[in-house]
Design a protein around this ligand. Structure first.
Ligand code: SF4
Ligand code: SF4
Length: 368
């Protein structure tokens, strides 16, 4: 089977991070109804994957039990000008990076993690949807040029899109590395980079007039179309994998993925892969840094990961910001090589998240 359907979902937990719930416990929802609004610029909202009833809500998750096949009506997006199209696409769950005066749009079609094949699968299976997404991106950014970055050997031509071939050596496929490879510059102001899955999701919205309701991800080494909100445990069960007590379910590639919080956690549109790590040992722990310097030597962003993670560990997020924690592109190499097995990437993501929350609170005070 190459695809799953929303009827495979009996109950789902939608996790919130920088979103605010719009629904209350006991409320009925249709499939595609907006249930949470994004609090971050450029990030799309969240919608119910099924028709049913909200059974639990808190600041971190919404639980929805499937009861029926009621679905929202599609929206006509044809001919909308850039600003109106952007507002509608964000409401419908599209992610649209904020950028002014864009000269170059880079579409990142490289699966950076070697165990993930999602973007390759999208390129070979969904050219029509990608063309619709690219057309929307052209209306949104009106760039001078659009460049598709891929690994060698991908046979695909998209109208009016240039090609750039990227090395398959990790972490060459991560966004900042691709930008440098394509433009020759680090963080050029007139360039925006967009992941291929975002183009796919925008294309699906344009095709259907409905919110983002499905995605493509890698399961058991193969690309699968999966409804957003599909519980990860159920997805693995349908694949014939049984999750045991000591196992971890990994969302994303093994270098940069995160552990699922619970088996009922629904996949969201950022998840590129789902896999099981059986009985993981040894486990990363809050061990002290021994000052070996290996992480500093390995960091391709030329940061000091030991210092950043020490600041994050002790809640000194402002100091982490001064040491450019937001320049980290989350390759995971520091944690991979840390001989003390410190959870480096997790500390760095914690600092970034806390800084984003603090920034949002400042902006809310300024605008209120
Ligand atoms: S994850 Fe670690 S090694 Fe990679 S860019 Fe960030 S700090 Fe550097
Ligand atoms: S690799 Fe680990 S132990 Fe070595 S300096 Fe970095 S954080 Fe410290």
């Amino acid at each position: 089977m190459n695809s799953y359907k929303h009827t495979d979902i009996q109950q789902t937990d939608l996790f919130l991070q920088h979103q605010c719930s719009l629904v209350a416990c006991g409320q009925g929802v249709k499939r595609g109804e907006r249930v949470a609004i994004s609090l971050l610029p450029g990030k799309g909202d969240i919608h119910s994957p099924v028709g049913g009833k909200v059974s639990y809500v808190d600041a971190y998750r919404i639980t929805i039990v499937a009861e029926n096949n009621d679905v929202v009506a599609p929206v006509n997006l044809d001919g909308l000008p850039g600003d109106d199209l952007k507002r509608k696409l964000l409401e419908l769950g599209g992610d649209i990076p904020d950028a002014d005066s864009v000269s170059t749009v880079i579409i990142n079609g490289v699966d950076a993690d070697t165990d993930v094949l999602t973007r390759q699968h999208m390129l070979t299976s969904s050219s029509g949807t990608l063309e619709r997404g690219l057309a929307a991106i052209t209306v949104l950014y009106t760039p001078r040029e659009t460049v598709l970055a891929t690994l060698p050997g991908i046979q695909l031509s998209l109208p009016e899109v240039l090609r750039s071939i990227i090395s398959d050596q990790y972490p060459a496929g991560l966004d900042p590395m691709v930008v440098k490879a394509v433009t020759g510059k680090e963080s050029p102001e007139d360039t925006v980079i967009i992941g291929l899955e975002t183009v796919y999701h925008l294309g699906r919205i344009m095709e259907t007039g409905l919110p983002v309701l499905d995605t493509i991800l890698t399961v058991n080494g193969r690309g699968k179309t999966v409804p957003i909100g599909m519980p990860v445990g159920e997805l693995l069960r349908l694949e014939g994998d049984h999750v045991l007590d000591q196992d971890r379910i990994v969302l994303g590639g093994v270098m940069r993925g995160t552990a699922a919080v619970m088996v009922s956690q629904g996949v969201d549109r950022t998840v590129s892969a789902v896999s099981i790590v059986r009985n993981p040992t040894p486990v990363a722990m809050d061990a002290a840094c021994v000052g070996c310097g290996e992480c500093v030597r390995r960091c391709p962003a030329r940061l000091d990961p030991a210092m950043l993670t020490n600041y994050a560990e002790f809640g000194m997020y402002d100091k982490a910001a001064k040491e450019h924690v937001n320049a980290c592109f989350e390759c995971g190499l520091c944690g991979y090589f840390c001989i003390a097995r410190r959870p480096m990437l997790q500390y760095i993501r914690l600092a970034k998240n806390e800084l984003a929350v603090a920034q949002r609170q400042i902006e809310e005070v300024v605008t209120s």
